[in-house]
Design a protein around this ligand. Structure first.
Ligand SMILES: NC(=O)c1ccc[n+]([C@@H]2O[C@H](COP(=O)([O-])OP(=O)(O)OC[C@H]3O[C@@H](n4cnc5c(N)ncnc54)[C@H](OP(=O)(O)O)[C@@H]3O)[C@@H](O)[C@H]2O)c1
Length: 233
């Protein structure tokens, strides 16, 4: 069986993605911060887990090096962790501490994990990396009119990382797919109870990207997806 590693796997969109991948027969390794919540989630899915604060990049590096040494290279890597920035975090109002917190968790840790697991996935020529971005990180489309600066800019950075990595790895022609997903406003702890989408709806595109049949002469990778369709960055 192939291994799927899911960060943010303790709850919300990450847990739902892991649940669906487990149901499709993958071995699952969950990663999140809160050890008790993670333990409960892993018990529900009967899978392995590792707790780490992804804001701490040295701990993140150590944890993922240990994961690689213990479990080997994953076939699927879903990065679904993330934090929202504080409400009053406009560029001229926020602080360096808040900027660094959100950048470390939402962007620097994404680089760190991909940098550690990506080489063996690329070498295996059969891997999928799916990273939760957000419509708030887009440079086009509705809803990108400022505010929440650390969050928006961290997600714009995620988009740039995905595009860059796809170019560096041959856009799927060498067997490694890398995509960003905008789940849209979903009823999770982050999205809130009044969000329009259920967790199943919010996770659908990520699950599909992680498992879709891929013919590089027809299909595309290295893009931003919403509801199983490509949208502009
Ligand atoms: N929900 C939405 O409407 C929406 C919309 C657009 C994009 N997104 C994106 O989708 C992804 C999933 O969001 P969600 O709604 O499922 O969020 P959520 O319910 O708030 O869950 C966040 C997850 O990230 C983990 N996490 C947060 N900080 C961490 C840290 N420092 N170290 C390790 N793990 C950490 C949490 O782990 P613990 O349980 O241990 O805290 C939890 O598993 C995020 O990247 C988010 O930006 C969500």
């Amino acid at each position: 069986m192939s291994l799927a590693i899911v960060t943010g796997g303790s709850r919300g969109l990450g847990f739902e993605t892991a649940r669906a991948l487990k149901a499709q027969g993958h071995d699952i390794l969950l990663v999140a911060k809160d050890p008790e919540r993670l333990k409960t989630a892993a018990a529900t899915l009967q899978c392995d887990y590792r707790a780490v604060d992804l804001e701490d990049l040295q701990a993140t590096k150590r944890t993922f090096e240990e994961i690689l040494a213990t479990f080997g290279s994953p076939q699927i890597l879903v990065l679904a962790h993330g934090v929202m920035s504080e409400k009053m975090s406009k560029t001229l109002k926020t602080t360096l501490d808040e900027w660094r917190r959100v950048m470390a968790i939402n962007l620097d840790s994404v680089f760190t994990v991909v940098n550690i697991l990506g080489p063996s996935m690329a070498e295996a020529r059969n891997g999928r990396i799916v990273i939760f971005s957000a419509c708030l990180g887009r440079m086009s489309g509705p809803g990108n009119a400022g505010g929440l600066a650390p969050y928006r800019i961290s997600k714009a950075g995620v988009n740039a990382l995905v595009r860059n990595l796809a170019h560096e790895t041959g856009h799927g022609t060498r067997g490694l797919l890398v995509d960003a997903v905008c789940p849209n406003h979903t009823r999770t702890d982050m999205g809130g109870a009044d969000a329009p989408l259920s967790i199943e709806e919010g996770a659908d595109t990520a699950i599909w990207l992680a498992t879709r049949l891929f013919d590089p002469s027809i299909e595309k990778t290295g893009l931003l997806w919403e509801e199983r369709a490509v949208i502009d960055w």
